[in-house]
Design a protein around this ligand. Structure first.
Ligand code: ADE
Length: 230
């Protein structure tokens, strides 16, 4: 079984529409929909925005459905001139940019308990997703790089440069780092696939309004191509 988590309706609704024989269970106010896509058993959930929502969703999904792999799918802000709206980013390591216990001697971004700044993701899942992008002639570049999450919509050049220089991240969003932590703790194979909806700069709000639905659609399409290959 493959678990798919998206934060917002636009990030999961096309996947939900493709599920054959859907069965829904509501747990802690979140809908978990089980079914099959092209013969692949899946459970799909919308977690809502932010790291805590995403962690609740991932832990619940693991305990209730025991998926062998989880994919976090959706949109992200691109970091760096190279990472453009419509490009795809596969998470080669997940970061939580808003974790800061440097005042008590820790490295910036270090997640307590697992004591990591960069939480590993599945290079095998990234390989398959990149191959799926080639097969479906994905319109846009595919980047495999670090994704940084935090409970903030990033819309300033200063903040995005700080995230880039501190963590080497190529995209930012608000969930994948916490899902990575949950999957790491539980030994569940995991990656995140995100399509760029904005450049996390002062224009991010406007770009997001214009491009997020398109970007979410791009990710969904790719995911549906990749599922039978996983
Ligand atoms: N998701 C999409 N764009 C984002 C941004 N600029 N900051 C945080 N999350 C996002």
């Amino acid at each position: 079984m493959i678990g798919i988590i998206g934060a917002m309706a636009i990030e999961v609704e096309e996947i939900l529409a493709k599920l054959e024989h859907p069965q829904t269970e509501t747990i802690s106010g979140m809908d978990f929909v089980r079914g099959a896509i092209q013969g692949v058993e899946c459970v799909v959930a919308r977690c809502n925005v932010g790291k805590v929502n995403a962690a609740i969703c991932a832990q619940t999904m693991i305990l209730r459905y025991a998926p062998s792999r989880i994919i976090n799918s959706g949109v992200a802000g691109g970091i760096g001139a190279d990472v453009k709206i419509g490009d795809l980013v596969l998470a080669d390591g997940a970061i939580q940019h808003d974790v800061d216990t440097t005042q008590i001697g820790d490295q910036i971004g270090m997640v307590s308990g697992i004591n990591l700044v960069v939480i590993p993701t599945s290079s095998e899942m990234n390989r398959v997703l990149a191959e799926a992008a080639r097969r479906c002639a994905y319109q846009g570049n595919v980047h495999i790089g670090r994704i940084a999450s935090g409970d903030q919509f990033i819309s300033s050049a200063e903040k995005l440069h700080w995230i880039a220089s501190t963590f080497g991240a190529v995209a930012c969003e608000m969930e994948s780092g916490s899902i990575a932590q949950v999957c790491y703790i539980n030994g569940t194979e995991y990656t995140a696939v995100r399509c760029i909806s904005d450049n996390a700069d002062s224009n991010a709000g406007v770009d997001y309004e214009q491009f997020s639905t398109f970007a979410a659609h791009q990710t969904t399409e790719l995911l549906c191509t990749a599922l039978p290959m996983l």
